[in-house]
Design a protein around this ligand. Structure first.
Ligand SMILES: Cc1cc2nc3c(=O)[nH]c(=O)nc-3n(C[C@H](O)[C@H](O)[C@H](O)COP(=O)(O)OP(=O)(O)OC[C@H]3O[C@@H](n4cnc5c(N)ncnc54)[C@H](O)[C@@H]3O)c2cc1C
Length: 527
């Protein structure tokens, strides 16, 4: 019973209205169609359009694959891995992400020595390109998904400026304008996928809460052409890194901030800086392109990498990155995690949190639509969304506090890598109960242990405390460490080694045979 709505219509009634056609809004629209709901997807802009937020992770791709399988979305599934993406959708630009690369810079003595492993951290996410993660070129990626949502029968209204939300009997009424004319859409339920401080936040006059302990940060970024590869500029002496260093989310970390560099296969490189207010003011982010040049001058490695680069878009500035809505659900509405809050691009937590929210809401629709449990399930959804956001904020606040203390920064990152790699393996082994929450935050041992560490690490640490906290982290991750993390002999380079997982089978309550079957399913080439 898909009711249609065009720019002149009023009061067509849908089961579900989704505000915002980023990847999350379109995915949820597709899933809702698969569940038999009538759906309207409403977008303020027009595809293709460029948005930021581009780098995926193993957990992101696992969630994407799970959603595509569970809700029968065969066109989406290939996008969960580099190899299948290149074969099935070469027209959608993306980047190869074999891992997370971190370089530390002392801005007072900015000399980059590629042989100094104490100032770098390389964590591989895949053993070869075929099953690698990706950076999503969102203009193409989101455009594709919105077209797929339409193919599945979602009605799509672009260039629509939603302004009002009101309840009317058994429905809600959304009002706005499209091409200068009034639009009214009624739906039984509304999902807001329009990002931080988005549609419902403004229409309902929701309030903003702080993320406790998280510093005030800003961002400045653009897309570039002509960015050189680090591998050519700074060949790594003494051994092969676990993956080509540019085929990664490359992070340049320094006191008070960090820079990301993500390369796509269409000649575009995404780069930007996220930094505390103090650092942003020092560089005068408000100056846009000039501020970027000031930053490059402080980091010679980046200055040479960007020497011939040209920004292909005007610089964008986000004056306050972090956001937390005071309310996440209400009567007949819910915010997706990306509309409910955001911490920072560091460690690419935005996508997995958003996809977890899509997955949870989809299950609520599938299980409880039109049932008395619907309201209580929404309350549960809101609680999980908020708890994930707060756990992420604690981790990233601790990382910000230690951007000038790279050994502790590295150790804290290992907490993240241990939690997400354990979670991914548990899910892929069909044991999701071992890792039921993001960052294992509700695990009875790991959750409280990591929280205690984050709370201590937020304070400025002495050398002795730094050593102690790093040792404590190695102990805390041990029962979950399936990737050889923290092994001093690896000197901050962590390849994906199937032996690590095989040796850790018991941590996952699995047999060697189960792990071998998992590795084969995932495309590992075992000897
Ligand atoms: C600087 C920066 C870098 C980031 N990098 C990463 C990263 O590398 N990896 C990662 O995992 N996460 C990253 N994130 C987070 C990531 O951007 C989000 O998790 C992701 O974009 C959420 O996708 P979405 O589809 O929910 O929303 P969005 O991508 O925010 O899309 C929202 C859509 O809603 C539309 N819209 C907005 N307002 C309205 C309205 N009133 N009515 C109708 N439509 C509306 C917009 O036009 C847009 O199409 C980053 C975030 C920032 C700020």
């Amino acid at each position: 019973m898909t009711a249609r709505c065009d720019s002149t219509c009023d009061l067509a009634c849908y089961d579900l209205a989704v505000a915002g056609s980023g990847f999350s809004g379109s995915l949820l629209a597709m899933i809702a169609r698969r569940l038999g709901l009538s759906v309207v997807l409403i977008e303020r802009g027009k595809h293709p359009r460029v948005v930021i937020g581009e780098s995926s992770t193993p957990l992101t791709n696992l969630l994407l694959e799970e959603l595509a399988t569970r809700y029968d979305l065969p066109s989406v599934k290939p996008l969960a891995k580099w190899g299948s993406w290149q074969r099935e959708h070469p027209e959608i630009a993306c980047g190869l992400k074999r891992g997370f690369t971190f370089y530390h810079h002392d801005l007072a003595r900015p000399v980059f020595d590629p042989s100094d492993r104490s100032r770098q951290l390389l964590v591989a996410a895949s053993p070869h390109d075929e099953i690698s993660d990706t950076h999503w070129y969102r203009a193409d990626f989101d455009h594709f998904l919105v077209s797929e949502a339409q193919k599945l029968g979602a009605d799509y209204l672009d260039e629509t400026n939603l302004t009002g939300f009101s309840e009317s009997g058994r429905e809600v009424l959304l009002d706005g304008t499209r091409h200068g004319r009034g639009v009214s859409i009624s739906a039984k339920f509304v999902v807001d996928a329009s990002g931080p401080r988005g549609f419902l936040y403004r229409a309902l006059g929701l309030y903003e809460l702080e993320l406790p302990g998280f510093p005030a940060t800003q961002a400045l970024y653009s897309h570039f052409e002509g960015v050189r590869g680090l591998q050519d500029l700074y060949p790594v002496p003494g051994g092969e890194p676990p993956y080509p260093v540019d085929a990664a989310a490359v992070h340049h970390v320094f006191d008070g901030g960090w820079i990301w560099v993500l390369r796509f296969n269409n000649g575009i490189t995404s780069a930007g800086i996220a930094a505390t207010d103090a650092r942003a003011e020092k560089y005068r982010f408000t100056d846009g392109a000039e501020a970027w040049q000031r930053i490059l001058r402080d980091i010679p490695l980046l200055e040479s990498q960007f020497a011939s680069a040209r920004a292909v878009r005007p610089f964008a500035r986000i004056p306050r990155i972090a956001f937390r809505s005071g309310q996440i659900t209400g009567y007949r509405w819910a915010l997706l995690p990306s509309a409910a809050g955001f911490v920072d691009p560091l460690l690419s937590t935005g996508f997995p949190l958003t996809l977890l929210g899509v997955s949870r809401l989809a299950q609520v629709f599938e299980r409880d639509w039109d049932s008395p449990q619907f309201e209580s399930s929404l309350v549960q959804y809101a609680a999980e969304t908020e708890a994930d956001l707060l756990a992420t904020a604690c981790l990233i606040a601790a990382l910000y506090a230690n951007m000038s203390n790279f050994p502790v920064f590295t150790s804290l990152s290992l907490l993240y890598f241990a939690a997400v790699s354990f979670s991914e393996a548990a899910h892929r082994l069909g044991k999701p109960q071992l890792a039921s929450s993001f960052l294992l935050r509700d695990h009875p041992v790991f959750g409280p242990a990591s929280l205690r560490i984050f709370e201590r690490a937020i304070r400025r640490l002495t050398e002795q405390e730094s050593g102690a906290i790093s040792e404590e982290i190695v102990e805390a991750i041990e029962p979950f460490n399936i990737a050889g993390l923290g092994d001093a002999a690896r000197r901050n380079w962590y390849p994906v080694d199937p032996d690590d997982l095989l040796k850790s089978a018991s941590k996952l309550g699995a047999t060697q045979d189960e792990v071998i079957a998992l590795l084969q399913r995932c495309g590992f080439q075992l000897q």
